[in-house]
Design a protein around this ligand. Structure first.
Ligand SMILES: Nc1ncnc2c1ncn2[C@@H]1O[C@H](COP(=O)(O)OP(=O)(O)O)[C@@H](O)[C@H]1O
Ligand SMILES: [Mg+2]
Length: 273
């Protein structure tokens, strides 16, 4: 029943940019993902929801190449691809923004945005990389561009240190860093979990901006209000398996909560699209 519903939904779905089929992932005796199908299109926000332990973070890490899948197939624009490391994933334009963000507190925004790819002043390239003077101006210009692209309005200066920023601003910086590379898929794991109302709003605006710039966005959240504000579709996982994929406009928060907690019961948990 559940899998039939899932297939029906795919008839009306936009063409997948990233798709996985039949993913299994085991951690010792824990079968964390069981035959999971998942897809996201460009210009779409796909929410990934489920109770604690449902397998959301594991699926996202598999999609980012951080965990190898035990079984399953990956496709980019319908072409089979292999994905066995985070490098493979970023080479394919897949970026993940982890829950802990992994920003350097003591560095400023510009430095955080160019970590690992710092611009060096012209004329010093004869020196070993670590000894070359950084081009602070270019770093700043690039950071400003990345921030402006996402229309993060509250950030005064890219020279501000991360330790002085709000949670929402940090989240925006981490997203800008993921997008700064040539990414087409951006995955966010509970980006608003630790944020208040105003900062959540700011992050949701950035997520919408990612959609406008034609990214395929995967958005993990527990918050039905956020999901119903930003997601085009919703994939529900339960106990490591698919329940169904819903079109947000055709379902309700109550139906999603039922699908998360009970799966599809006899009546069907409402409008699986
Ligand atoms: N690194 C790991 N080692 C062992 N078990 C893990 C690991 N990561 C996740 N799990 C298990 O896999 C299941 C799914 O976890 P997770 O993907 O974190 O769920 P969610 O993000 O939906 O809360 C859970 O039972 C969890 O305990
Ligand atoms: Mg998780």
């Amino acid at each position: 029943m559940a899998s039939k519903t899932k297939l029906e939904g795919q008839n009306t779905a936009p063409p997948a940019h990233l798709a996985v089929r039949g993913i299994h992932k085991r951690f010792g005796g824990v079968h964390a993902l069981r035959d999971v199908d998942f897809e996201v299109a460009r210009g779409e926000v796909m929410a990934l929801v489920g109770d604690n332990g449902a397998g959301k973070s594991t699926l996202m890490k598999v999609l980012a190449g951080a965990y190898g899948a035990d079984e399953g197939a990956f496709f980019m624009d319908d072409k089979p691809v292999t994905l066995s490391s985070p490098n493979d994933a970023s080479g394919l334009g897949i970026q993940i923004v982890y829950q802990d963000l992994a920003l350097c507190e003591n560095l400023d925004v510009a430095a955080n945005l160019s970590l690992g790819d710092e611009p060096v002043k012209a004329g010093w390239r004869f020196l070993p990389r670590l000894l070359r003077p950084l081009d602070a101006l270019e770093m700043e210009v690039k950071a400003r561009e990345a921030i402006d692209k996402l229309q993060v309005r509250t950030l005064q200066s890219v020279r501000a240190k991360v330790e002085g920023l709000s949670g929402g601003q940090r989240q925006a910086i981490a997203i800008a860093r993921a997008v700064g590379t040539e990414s087409t898929v951006v995955m966010l794991d509970e980006p608003t979990a630790a944020l208040g109302v105003a900062q959540t709003r700011q992050v949701l605006e950035v997520v919408k901006r990612l959609r406008e710039t034609n990214h395929a966005v995967v958005y993990i959240s527990h918050n039905m209000r956020d999901i119903f504000e930003v997601a085009d579709r919703i994939t529900v996982l339960r106990h490591g398996g698919n329940v169904a994929t819903y079109t947000t406009a055709d379902t309700t928060p109550d139906a999603i909560v039922v699908a998360m907690t009970r799966g599809l019961d006899d009546e069907g948990a409402g409008n699986a699209a």
